[in-house]
Design a protein around this ligand. Sequence first.
Ligand code: CP3
Length: 361
Amino acid sequence: MTSGASPSPAAASPAAASPARSQARFLRALRREPVDATPVWFMRQAGRALPEYRAVRERATLLEITRDPALCAEVTLQPVRRLGVDAAILFADITTPLAGMGVAFDIVEGRGPVIEHPVRTSADVAALRPFEPEVAVAPLLEAIGLIRGASPVPLIGFAGAPFTLACYLVEGGPSRDFPRTKALMHAEPETWAALLDHLVGATIAYLRAQAAAGAEAVQVFDSWVGGLSPLDYERRVWPHMRRLFDGIADLGVPSIHFGVATAGILALQASAGGDAIGLDWRIALSHGRHLVGDRAVQGNLDPTLLLGPWEGTEEAARWVLEENDRRPGHVFNLGHGVLPGTDPDHLRRLVELVHDHGASR
Ligand code: CP3
């Protein structure tokens, strides 16, 4: 397995300063340049499936890992070593920056992030503190430098998108239908706009700090945006996403714009920004490509396949590759994150299958 990137002696410097690394097949695919093999990585590749991750978790919680640069770097690199993926993704949660905005929360085992005092009024929004990455997430930024020095493949920085972060802030925890979030959006559009505005500013600052520390690409996770009608997306979310992507456009690192169940809003999402658009498994990749136009795409295998027999994964992975038809600008991924209980050997075989499929046109 080759990564397409040679380890760079200037590994601690920002991405743009390092020409060899910029030729990695993951970054070439995001720029829609030809590749020797389709690059592949997996959302949620670091936690969940790996025994070496579970061993770390016996002595440290998620929050502790993200506050310990060496441990955070170690966990980020575990899937690179075991699976042979073409990119590393910084180990953190989308809620990690919230503490720096004055929001107290906990990650509850088996449930997810729980916010102590949900944000539901204009006074709650006004009380959010400006986000200063160098103060709020210094250990994470230090981890990025360590990962850059040790990783043979590019490092992806990431942030939750304002809508998806707002879902947690307003509901107070995980939710299926986001009723309070949508109620706020419709009943108090000005409060909603102020909340998203604050989150956009924070997210721009957070992603800029990650790129300055050495992240070579960034992904914006708008995981729950597929719950919105195209009308609400266009009116209540799109302008904020546009401002977000405008705010990182000069960074010189490519961006990936991801959501789940987004078949109905893909063209709108693409028009808000992102060098690559994430596709989930509910849409054929060729159809998704058609909707997003001249962008790279990332996806889009159903992650539940990996819980079943290998043959099911193999068949669907070949279908995804055939749907792409060797066009440049495809990063292979799952349509959403690796599920708990996934066999790491299936992930490793999937990486091999994608690489063995060969070059783009
Ligand atoms: O899955 C996605 O949609 C990606 C975006 C996202 C992350 N966290 C990124 C992440 C979302 C929506 C979350 C929220 C969250 N945080 C949940 C989901 C709750 C819900 O609403 O259904 C949960 C369970 C958490 C807590 C959490 N985050 C844990 C326990 C861990 C450790 C590892 C694991 O997966 O169990 C995380 C890590 C995490 N969250 C990562 C990322 C990108 C780093 C791991 C990786 O991607 O490799």
